[in-house]
Design a protein around this ligand. Structure first.
Ligand SMILES: [Ca+2]
Length: 171
């Protein structure tokens, strides 16, 4: 056999477009475990984009359908889930505005809620355009997780989130 022969192999160059997060241990499969309730979605940026694994800068995103409207997303878990960590990302590089994200959890089927996060983030095309937040939770198994997104606490714009990931393990 000629040593200079090039073996025939089936190969495909991977596009960066299709690269996803590597699976991380303890990640909760929210698509199959949660029912999503939501206040609105832009048809071009549907709720599915929140959990499609395409995060980071220029990742796919959910966006509300209406400018300057507070939007809500509620995840209902059946059965209740032990959630130790929550990761979310937001990107805005077109306008200058301040978006607030509030997160509340319920362990008793929505009878009572506890706020676990209220975070303002100011975006500016010339400055910060991307936000990655990790929130550690120490509560009993969760039946409901509510996100309230106020897009225009400063400036104006549309509520948006690039990703939402939940983990059973704290690391
Ligand atoms: Ca996404």
């Amino acid at each position: 056999m000629n040593r200079t022969d090039i073996p025939r192999m089936r190969k495909r160059l991977m596009s960066e477009q299709v690269s996803k997060y590597a699976d991380r241990p303890g990640e909760i499969d929210v698509a199959s475990l949660a029912t999503f309730h939501y206040s609105s979605e832009d048809p071009d940026h549907p709720l599915e984009h929140l959990i499609d694994g395409r995060g980071g800068r220029d990742g796919t995103r959910w966006a509300g359908a209406r400018p300057n409207m507070t939007e809500r997303i509620e995840l209902e878990f059946e059965p209740a889930q032990q959630i130790s960590r929550l990761v979310y990302e937001v990107e805005e590089h077109r306008v200058e505005r301040t978006q607030e994200v509030r997160i509340e959890v319920s362990t008793d089927h929505g009878r009572t809620y506890r706020q676990v996060l209220a975070q303002d983030y100011t975006f500016s095309p010339a400055g910060a355009t991307f936000q990655h937040e990790e929130v550690h939770l120490e509560v009993s198994p969760i039946t409901h997780l509510n996100l309230t997104i106020i897009p225009n606490k400063g400036g104006s714009g549309v509520a948006t989130l690039t990703s939402l990931r939940l983990f059973a393990s704290p690391f």
